[in-house]
Design a protein around this ligand. Structure first.
Ligand SMILES: [Ca+2]
Ligand SMILES: [Ca+2]
Ligand SMILES: [Ca+2]
Length: 276
């Protein structure tokens, strides 16, 4: 059993310059990150994209921020569901072994060649459960790399379409995720990643283009409704597990190579609280 971790004092560090350096291509030179901002409570992060990509969002909050971000991130390329296999081999490559991908909930490093549907394979996990809105796998939310991750076939099946929440018993083969009858708790190292993926989906999909309006709520058992829970827990996870180099590189690769849009909550995790 795991127990909820108290909310941390919000103290966003500045992962930005490191993120820009990670991928030499897409990032313009980092704009001045003021010295001393690190450690400042509730300080907004500063990113290399604030004067360009996020220009229309800077300084906003609440629904105005959500709306501005929706406009910004909806300008994107889309890939087919079959192309997702190859893309995940790039976005989720093991930094210590270029032949492997890192599986989301288990943290296991597994050969890229073991993609497929059999026991021992990895497949394409929809972190925003596909059935929550029934959006299928044609190019759109069902193929959006910002919430697709490689996962062990068996673990993926155990997660199923459960909402995210604390609690349950340890899931075999993971380090260490938990589950009970109505929810799934990912391992600590990806709790924030999961939160930021779910909330990206909520901002990206607002009911246009024939897709459902995806939104977070504080429930479990959301079933086929276009909602995903639990928002209060996802907010805790966003603070508990801030973006790391792996998650930031992933965002850069999706932006630079595949979709040409970004997950704003990886760049600005404080925007979660600014909207919700
Ligand atoms: Ca539960
Ligand atoms: Ca993480
Ligand atoms: Ca939405």
């Amino acid at each position: 059993m795991s127990s909820p971790i108290p909310r941390f004092v919000r103290r966003w560090k500045i992962p930005v310059i490191a993120a820009a350096l990670l991928v030499g291509t897409a990032a313009p030179a980092a704009s001045a990150a003021p010295a001393g901002v690190e450690g400042a409570q509730t300080a907004a992060t500063v990113t290399a994209y604030d004067d360009t990509y996020y220009q229309g969002a800077i300084g906003k909050s609440g629904t105005a921020l959500k709306s501005a971000l929706h406009t910004i991130i909806s300008d994107q390329s889309k890939i087919s569901y079959s192309a997702v296999w190859e893309a995940l081999k790039v976005t989720d490559q093991d930094p210590n072994n270029t032949g492997n991908v890192i599986l989301l909930y288990s943290g296991v490093s597994r050969s890229k060649s073991l993609s497929g549907g059999n026991t021992g394979n990895w497949n394409r996990e929809h972190v925003w459960a596909q059935s929550h809105g029934d959006f299928g796998t044609s190019a759109g939310p069902g193929t959006d790399l910002h919430h697709l991750r490689p996962e062990d076939v068996t673990v993926n099946s155990i997660r199923g379409n459960k909402d995210f929440d604390w609690g349950g018993s340890a899931v075999s083969g993971t380090y260490t995720s938990y589950t009970d009858s109505n929810s799934f708790e990912p391992r600590n190292a990806v709790k924030g990643d999961v939160a930021r993926m779910i909330l990206y989906m909520a901002v990206r999909y607002e009911g246009g283009d024939g897709w459902p309006n995806l939104e977070p709520n504080d429930s479990v058992n959301n079933g086929s409704t276009p909602y995903h829970g639990r928002l209060s827990v996802l907010k805790q996870w966003n603070e508990q597990d801030p973006p790391d180099a792996f998650e930031q590189r992933r965002n850069e690769v999706i932006y630079g190579t595949y979709q040409h849009n970004r997950n704003p909550f990886i760049d600005h995790p404080e925007w979660v609280e600014a909207i919700w």
